[in-house]
Write a protein that binds this ligand. Structure first.
Ligand SMILES: [Zn+2]
Length: 427
């Protein structure tokens, strides 16, 4: 994994809010509509193809689109054709992954995450389109981005990275237009240098607990925003109950708009916080060990709160992984079956009865009181070579329990030479 990172050129992304003129905002809307139109055309063609046993991939669909677009979308002539081109490429990728998933299911493999058939896009869904026409076709001039057919659009800040602009996507969140840049700076990632190993346990309550004792929690501003979001949800639900779900109401529309804005703010604040934390960890460590999240299994659990928590965790780990590449730290995922929470990091005893609600537990092997998250982080730090007993941590161990460990390892002469404290690991 770390090898792959070191030979790649580094790609960085930056999402910048835009300040379009009213005319430019209209053009953004038209381009989004054009991209959606082309995507939906591709879905329709693809379905019709399947009906007659024909697989229409992107390579078939694109020339076909170029032949018909003048007839079915004559209004698109003044718009940038890149929007449609990349919409069809996107569709092609969605169709390919759906096809791969179907093949795995038919062959009787366990395919992991379910991939659905590409759906028609509706106007209510996220608006957006690809604005570039391949690498280096969009230029940035200070705080201005120059987009094909749209022109010079003001950005609220400078691009954070210099280099070749590989992709530019325009999209809208809660009423604000953004440009997402993918930039390749031509530098190779720094080699992995030795250094401190840090185990990182990600969780639902505390975002991340590091084996060096640092914890990453939600900042207060985020907790406050989450509280306000919950109250807004309740207000919307009340309004539905009182006035009926399908009755139009201006007040409810306002509440929806407010919720969209607040939701976008929650996402921004959290991302910013995650960026700072992952940068700090990647810069300070030579090797970062995390647990492998069971993403496919998590997605099957359809409870909303759970899904949100999972999205946060995998988002955090994604950032941590690429930042380790930037700052020369090795990123290691522990085995999926490694019970980092249940093992005692001091003696290796395994607590099979540990429940999710228990934040602390007494070790049955050495008697130490373990903080759930910190203990997991310590186990990850030692992964895969768990060596017990861990020296230097004896001061936390209750002497009475140490005596029990000593007795037990003397019980049989025949095996005692091969047995150590590690025999107390009950795998
Ligand atoms: Zn223990």
């Amino acid at each position: 994994m770390s090898d792959a990172v070191t030979v790649m050129f580094m790609k960085r992304s930056h999402r910048v809010a835009l300040k379009p003129t009213p005319e430019q905002a209209i053009l953004f809307g038209q381009h989004s509509g054009y991209a959606r139109f082309a995507y939906n055309w591709a879905v329709g063609e693809f379905k019709a193809g399947l009906d007659v046993g024909e697989w229409l991939g992107e390579r078939t669909l694109r020339p076909r689109w170029n032949n018909v677009k003048g007839m079915i979308a004559p209004w698109s002539a003044p718009l940038s054709q890149n929007a449609a081109k990349y919409a069809i490429i996107d569709f092609g990728q969605a169709a390919t992954s759906w096809g791969a998933y179907r093949r795995k299911v038919k062959a009787g493999h366990r395919p992991g995450r379910r991939v659905g058939f590409p759906k028609f896009k509706r106007r209510k869904h996220e608006q957006g389109f690809r604005a570039d026409n391949g690498p280096d076709t969009v230029r940035v001039d200070g705080k201005v981005v120059i987009l094909p057919k749209i022109g010079r659009v003001d950005m609220v800040e400078h691009l954070r990275f210099a280099g070749s602009i590989r992709e530019v996507t325009i999209n809208r969140t809660a009423g604000t237009w953004f440009a997402s840049f993918c930039i390749e700076d031509g530098e190779k990632a720094p080699p992995v240098e030795g250094g401190l190993t840090i185990g990182v346990d990600v969780g639902v309550g505390t975002m991340a607990t590091c084996s060096d004792g640092t914890t990453v929690d939600n900042p207060k501003v985020l907790t406050d925003a989450l509280g306000r979001l919950r109250r807004l949800d309740k207000a919307i639900a009340r309004s539905r109950n009182v006035h009926g779900r399908s009755n139009q109401s201006n007040r409810r529309e306002q509440l929806y708009a407010k919720r969209r804005r607040l939701h976008a703010r929650v996402v921004n604040v959290r991302n910013d916080h995650h960026h700072k934390a992952t940068t700090a960890i990647a810069k300070s460590a030579g090797r970062v060990v995390v647990e492998a999240l069971n993403v496919a299994g998590m997605i099957r659990n359809r409870r909303l709160a759970r899904a949100i928590a999972d999205a946060r965790m995998s988002g955090f780990l994604t950032k941590l992984e690429y930042k380790c590449g930037w700052y020369g730290a090795e990123y290691v995922k522990a085995d999926r079956w490694f019970a980092s929470s249940k093992l005692c990091a001091h003696c290796g005893w395994k607590n099979n009865d540990l429940r999710l609600s228990e934040r602390e537990w007494w070790c049955g092997g050495c008697g130490v009181l373990n903080d759930r998250d910190f203990n997991a982080a310590q186990n990850l730090e030692q992964w895969p070579g768990l060596s017990f007993p861990v020296t230097g941590r004896g001061d936390r161990v209750r002497p009475a329990m140490l005596a029990v460990v000593g007795e037990a390892s003397n019980e049989s002469d025949e095996t005692s030479t091969k047995r150590g404290v590690s025999d107390f690991i009950r795998f």
